[in-house]
Design a protein around this ligand. Structure first.
Ligand code: 2BA
Length: 104
């Protein structure tokens, strides 16, 4: 079994939630905050069998967009995109091994 921690843009969260629920996956969503932009995002916890990891990833990918956002503070980082901006998303997904899941 795996636990997916998926960090998603708030603007995509309802679409991701609906996509996962319609496909029969149980999800928990947590209101979180990105440490760099210091703005809200949504983290989904999704416990699934090993064989469903790709299916869940596909649903998250399909419903998550890339966005260019302004950095709300002075930043001297270099890059190929407009100064003072970063590309956020689609989604950042961590896949963790789960020893056991108990519904008590
Ligand atoms: P934030 O921390 O607010 O980061 C927003 C975007 O800013 C990131 O987009 C990335 O493009 C850029 N960024 C983040 N840290 C940076 C840094 N130290 N220097 C330069 N640019 C930086 P994403 O990579 O798509 O990440 C979106 C959100 O996902 C992040 O929001 C954070 O909440 C989470 N995240 C991403 N990678 C993570 C990681 N390795 N560990 C924990 N959370 C992560």
């Amino acid at each position: 079994m795996k636990l997916l921690l998926a960090i998603v843009n708030n603007d995509d969260a309802n679409a991701v939630n609906s996509g996962l629920s319609r496909a029969g996956f149980s999800v928990t969503r947590i209101a979180t905050t990105g440490g760099f932009l210091m703005t809200g995002n949504t983290t989904f916890l999704v416990g699934v069998s090993d064989g469903d990891v790709d299916k869940v990833s596909d649903i998250i990918r399909t419903n998550s967009k890339k966005r260019v956002q302004k950095i709300p503070f002075e930043w001297d980082g270099s890059g190929t995109q407009p100064a003072g901006t970063v590309t956020v998303g689609g989604a950042t997904v961590f896949v963790l091994n789960v020893e056991e899941c108990r519904h008590l």
